[in-house]
Design a binder for this molecule. Sequence first.
Ligand code: BES
Ligand code: MN
Ligand code: ZN
Length: 492
Amino acid sequence: MLKFESASLKGRKMADLIVLPFWKTSKKPVPAAEIDHFKEDASAPISHGDFVGKEGEVLVIYSSGKKERRLALLGLGEKEKISVEKLRRALSNLAKECRTRKIKEINVVMPEGLQEEDVVRGVTEGILLTNYAFVRLKHAAEELPALLTRVVLVGASAQALQLAKKYEAICEGVYLARDLVNGNADDVTPQFLADQARELSRKHSKIKTTTFDKRRIEKEKLDLLLAVNRGSHRDPEFIIMDYLGDPKSKERTVLVGKGVTYDTGGLNLKPTGSMESMKDDMGGAATVLGAMHVIAKLGLKINVIGVIPATENAIGPASYKPGDVYSSYAKKSVEIRNTDAEGRLILADALAYAVKNFKPTRIIDFATLTGAMVIALGHMGTGMMCNEDGLADALMAAGEHTYERLWRFPLWDEYKEGLKSDIADLKNVGERAAGAIYAAKFLQEFVGDVPWAHCDIAASAFLETPRQYLPKHATGVGVRLMAEFLESLCKK
Ligand code: BES
Ligand code: MN
Ligand code: ZN
């Protein structure tokens, strides 16, 4: 991954291009940093109106006698309206322009107008989140994208560079999550996820990883995970990553991620058109792995346990069956109305396991859980359900800061009626209307009174249409959200 460097304007190295930020005004655009040195170069395009400085505008011009052959005038819009998100988007446009032109080494003059940390965040995240490509499965070399290999932050203080390192660490977690989701389902198996978790504990001494194989899962009676796994020729895995960053504290946050490495729907087989993206059904697991990496890399003073129930939801002679009743870790029996509502089953066991064994202060789960959430929010954000307002508000705030936005849905008691079964304690499907809420309501049955938030990332984890700094396919959503939320806990 790209690592940022810093330099003064005078001391900067040669590069392919230098980025010069501008504000839009009612008259001509004005520099958003000390860039008098380039005044002459920029004057013609500005006086001819070729560049007005609007949000995300990029104009590449040529110069001689500078350390860079090209100058990129970058519009940030009106100074009064600047925000971290606008910076991310502007720098994302810049990174895309560089990719198109196969420009690899750039100098970026740091804009003013926001607090230092916000400037660093906007610039570094905008560049790093865009400077990603999943090329492992591409064989044609001529199609490989030209990514940036060197970015020098011009005018950045030592402290600013330090902050840049923090956002590098965070984006490393995002890349990890994206790579896992983008990988083939036949490569990213439950066993592969377990390997990844063990890899994290090799990299970070504060993470202890334990993985349960099928025999241990049977012994522990994680019966819903076993039920979903019946149709698969691959064994399930139950993954626990324990990060102890504050040994003196009894507080612990549990992160649970849905790890369905491929969702065929099971006997209630998904139709063509609904199955093609289902390698993304371990998106929640990827979020948790990415977040654990970031937490450990930043050395956050906090205790976090990541839990991933992992299996395929495949189809086979031993498949679990609609109409049958299965037991669960929590000893509640569940009537299976639809084998395609498998995520809530494996999560129910994981949540109940966490509640019983880890004394969690709070639990947050991430899951590509329902098509209904895709319908509700489109791909613009993540749906959240939460049984405690303080936790919900803190998560929403983290959502605004990272722009991994959350929208809260209700968990009204009346929904519980829809999950009643004639032959079991619960059924796994409610009504079609409010389908995302019924799924959350089902999960709530397994968390007791532990503060808990459920994040349905069915739409936000995987995009068919890229958007700003989010690429086509895996987005890595949730990693930055968790980094922000958990860091805010440390400050309390
Ligand atoms: N993994 C899917 C949900 C999903 C759908 C994720 C689209 C991403 C994009 C989940 O396991 C599922 O199949 N849910 C069913 C539940 C239904 C049978 C109650 C759904 O939403 O259709
Ligand atoms: Mn399903
Ligand atoms: Zn699923």
